[in-house]
Design a protein around this ligand. Structure first.
Ligand code: FAD
Length: 305
């Protein structure tokens, strides 16, 4: 498994700013993510130091070049899930591979996509879940469905197999964006992929059935929402991070409640602006550097004993 000091999830202003600090401090830094929303022909007029209007695309390209100059490794790859192992390291599963990191900086922006099911909220905590590693256990042997159209949903469905063999995926009417490899693994695991749309959920004591717009009714006692790509909220659920709604809670140094995990930028939800994301990214980078140094000292002390 590839191992890095600091894994930064997000190639927006927050993630790139963090990387400039961590890579410059000699930390082995990997940045994952793909072009952020602002990296288009959008005109940025209010970022410090640019008297001429700059496009979001150019600003991000400059940030990437600057982070790369200090040795950060930048790849377009999406993280599907993260967990912490027994030794306290973090293991991120991506669309490509598994990566181990001593510290994680979440800089994923905000993008939780809702599935548009009318009475979804009525069943939250009564069958509807956003986290397989948190709630999969309660679905042992029960019929479950994952709502989502991409690799994130496919991965969640495959993870559910450790709790129940009765798993389905529903793309909620969206065009499938599941890779060949994941489609093969779903087929091999006998997980059907439905492309219809769920109209509503039903059940008196918790979720019992999913009603499709076509009129078909499907048994499901668990419905796991995994639309689009994994968001900071999904990582917060699986890592046990404190949240305020969809935003991750941090202290003034961008530390979350889990040592070694930091968050910066829009996913923290203060003032959703580039300047703030850049500033928080710097703080998160500094805090992550301290964490990695402290962890190294602790491991060396243990070895010496
Ligand atoms: P983002 O820039 O949103 O970056 C998020 C990153 O996380 C992306 O690289 C994404 O690929 C990655 N990511 C997400 N999930 C995953 C995953 N599962 N695995 C791997 N990577 C993942 N602000 C201003 O100050 N001035 C402006 O003029 C301005 N104009 C804007 C115009 C537009 C069209 C938009 C959309 C925003 C604008 N903003 C502006 C707001 C600004 O862009 C954001 O505040 C800023 O980009 C937040 O930075 P961030 O790094 O937190 O997140």
């Amino acid at each position: 498994m590839e191992s890095v000091d600091i894994l930064i999830i997000g190639q927006g202003p927050a993630g790139l700013s963090s990387a400039i600090y961590t890579a410059r401090a000699g930390m082995n830094t990997l940045i994952l993510g793909c072009a952020p929303k602002v990296a288009g022909d959008y005109e940025i007029d209010n970022y410090f130091g640019f008297t001429e209007t700059i496009t979001g695309k150019e600003l991000i390209e400059r940030g990437k070049a600057q982070a790369a100059k200090f040795g950060a490794d930048i790849r377009c790859d999406r993280v599907l899930g993260i967990h912490q192992d027994d030794a306290g390291a973090f293991v991120a599963k991506t669309e490509d591979k598994k990566i181990e990191a001593a510290s994680i900086i979440l800089a994923t922006g905000v993008s939780r996509i809702r599935p548009g099911i009318s009475n979804l909220a009525d069943y939250e905590g009564k069958g509807v879940s956003y986290c397989v590693s948190c709630d999969g256990f309660f679905m042992r042997g029960k019929p479950v469905m994952v709502v989502g159209e991409g690799n994130f949903a496919a991965n969640q469905a495959l993870e559910l197999l450790q709790y129940t063999p009765n798993v389905k995926v529903c793309s909620q009417g969206k065009e499938l964006s599941i890779s060949e490899e994941f489609l093969y693994r779903l087929e091999e695991s006998k997980i059907p992929v439905l492309t219809g749309k769920i109209a509503k959920l039903a059940g008196d004591n918790g979720l019992e059935k999913v009603h499709l717009e076509s009129g078909e009714q499907i048994d499901a006692q668990g419905l796991f929402v995994a639309m689009g790509q994994a968001s900071s909220s999904d990582f917060a659920y699986s890592l046990g991070l404190m949240r305020n709604g969809q935003f991750i809670e941090t202290d003034r140094d961008q530390r979350t409640n889990v040592p070694g995990v930091f968050a910066a930028g829009d996913c923290v939800g203060r003032f959703l602006q580039i300047s703030v994301a850049v500033g928080e990214g710097a703080l998160a980078g500094r805090a992550a550097i301290s964490h990695v140094k402290e962890r190294r000292r602790t491991l060396l002390d243990k070895e010496a004993k």
